[in-house]
Design a protein around this ligand. Structure first.
Ligand SMILES: Cc1cc2nc3c(=O)[nH]c(=O)nc-3n(C[C@H](O)[C@H](O)[C@H](O)COP(=O)(O)OP(=O)(O)OC[C@H]3O[C@@H](n4cnc5c(N)ncnc54)[C@H](O)[C@@H]3O)c2cc1C
Length: 458
């Protein structure tokens, strides 16, 4: 199996840049572990709040090596998994606030990228959630109504004829199309933020795995094999890897592995056979859904949220590929687009999603408040990590912000079971949810979790 830098379409096509590893002891006001979107947005907001602060970022791979460079690049404006989930978890008033916040965040992000010349092949295509069963058609109609109730008027229902005319899959029975957001190259985005952070004076150390975070004097330090940063505050922007540095945080999240294929480029005849002139990102209404989008050079990215939990919260290189998932992905492509059943897939890789029981991020601190963390974006971090970066920057500098009142900042999600029980619980929920995806009724167990407001998804 190929190493991730060659296996992942985005990383394999990212131009190389000079890499500096951490060596010796250095000093910073804020040290950030993780050069994914969360870490880099945090660095940028720290510099915006106080350009004089010394900010250093330490990354075990290169910037974008984690989920930020491996994802599908489908940018949505929702902070939660959807408006209905936001209402369930936070109530209607806060769900409306999150909806406005999400829209404003994406608009500001697009403006920032344009203004700073961060080229990440962004296309403002909107997106589409397709319904594959009659139950999902009703869900789609309800999603449009719920959005309107929260003051969001970018959602529209499309019937079977309309959606099949747009993208020619015989499986589609209807859809919600959403104006806003779009598709982009996530590795270029993350690497572009790295360059922008460096331009503003942030030091980025790459190929420098942090092995320990300790208190030090009145602050904290991060240690690698070859060096150390002594800082007043440390921010862990380490997503699904956070438990390796701060084991107790594992109670609030689950590392789940999603897998993706990217095809060979399609020719004109093949594109004609699938339609898809709008080039929007598409996902379907199941819990374990497919998500897909075209790439700039005319390929199809085809992913699945049929995620794997590796017992013991493992996130090592052994999780990075899964042949059974690649075979299932090829099979699901053929079901969706039988007219292109012989399409070949040239890239295949996995990435770690950080999931919580309420499907939204959480924030906290350790070591007497000297170490901060923010993680748990599930499969929706492309936009939300920017909000998280703003939150973490304000927390690190102890500045006031309206964002700090959000329930998702003030409260942790319902904890997950510890140790071996965790694996059993995941297996049980997965089995029951799969049955619902196949058209069955939710089990008593699922109904109970639902009542407690506990979700499970990548
Ligand atoms: C397959 C897949 C598809 C997805 N599709 C989408 C999508 O289409 N749209 C969307 O909105 N979201 C999507 N997501 C989710 C999105 O990618 C994430 O929510 C987001 O990238 C999280 O960013 P992050 O910076 O918090 O985490 P990461 O990008 O994972 O960054 C964490 C960084 O910390 C580094 N790190 C960890 N431990 C250490 C250590 N000890 N020392 C040094 N560095 C360390 C890692 O190497 C990594 O670079 C997807 C995710 C995956 C995996």
């Amino acid at each position: 199996m190929l190493p991730i830098e060659q296996a992942c379409f985005w990383l394999a096509n990212l131009p190389p840049h000079p890499v500096h590893a951490l060596a010796g002891t250095v000093r910073a006001d804020v040290a950030i572990v993780g050069a994914g979107l969360t870490g880099l947005w945090t660095a940028l907001f720290l510099k915006e709040l106080d350009p004089a602060r010394e900010v250093a970022v330490v990354e075990q791979g290169i910037a974008a090596w984690g989920a930020s460079g491996r994802n599908a690049g489908m940018l949505a404006e929702t902070v939660d998994h959807g408006h209905a989930a936001a209402i369930e978890h936070f109530g209607e008033a806060e769900a409306a606030r999150l909806a406005r916040l999400g829209e404003k965040n994406v608009a500001e992000m697009i403006a920032f990228l344009a203004e700073r010349g961060v080229d990440c092949d962004f296309e403002p295509t909107g997106r589409m959630m397709v319904a594959l069963t009659e139950a999902q058609v009703l869900e789609a109609q309800r999603a449009v109504e719920t959005a309107a109730r929260l003051g969001v008027h970018t959602y529209a229902f499309r019937d079977r004829e309309a959606v099949q005319a747009e993208v020619h899959s015989p499986l589609y029975r209807g859809a919600v199309s959403v104006r806003g957001g779009g598709i982009l190259d996530p590795a270029k985005l993350t690497d572009g933020l790295r360059r922008e952070a460096e331009r503003r004076g942030v030091t980025v150390y790459e190929r420098s795995p942090v092995v320990a975070v300790r208190t030090h004097g009145s602050g904290a330090s991060v240690e690698t094999a070859g060096g150390r940063i002594d800082a007043s505050r440390v921010v862990l922007a380490t997503s699904a890897y956070t438990h390796r540095l701060l084991p107790r945080v594992a109670r609030w999240f689950l590392p789940l592995w999603d897998y993706i294929l990217v095809s060979e480029p399609l020719d004109e005849r093949q594109w004609h056979a699938v339609g898809w002139r709008g080039r929007q990102g598409i996902s379907d209404g199941r819990t374990f859904f497919n998500y897909y989008r075209p790439t700039r050079d005319g390929r199809v990215l085809w992913g699945t949220s049929e995620a794997v939990y590796y017992r013991g919260d493992r996130v090592g290189p052994e999780c990075e590929h899964s042949e059974p998932h690649y075979a299932a992905l090829r099979e699901s492509w053929r079901r969706h687009f039988p007219q292109l059943a012989d399409l070949r897939f040239e890239y295949a890789w996995g990435g770690a999603i950080c999931s919580t029981t309420r499907l939204t991020p959480f924030f906290g601190h350790a070591h007497d408040g000297r170490v901060l963390y923010g993680l748990g974006f599930t499969g929706h971090g492309l936009g939300t990590t920017r909000i998280a970066g703003r939150i973490l920057a304000h927390l690190a500098l102890e500045r006031r912000s309206d964002l700090l009142d959000l329930t998702l900042v003030r409260r942790k999600p319902f904890p997950l079971p510890p140790g071996p029980l965790r694996g059993f619980a995941v297996d049980r929920v997965t089995r029951d949810l799969r049955r619902v995806d196949e058209g069955g009724a939710p089990s008593v167990f699922l109904r109970l979790l639902d009542r407690l407001g506990i979700g499970f998804s990548s």
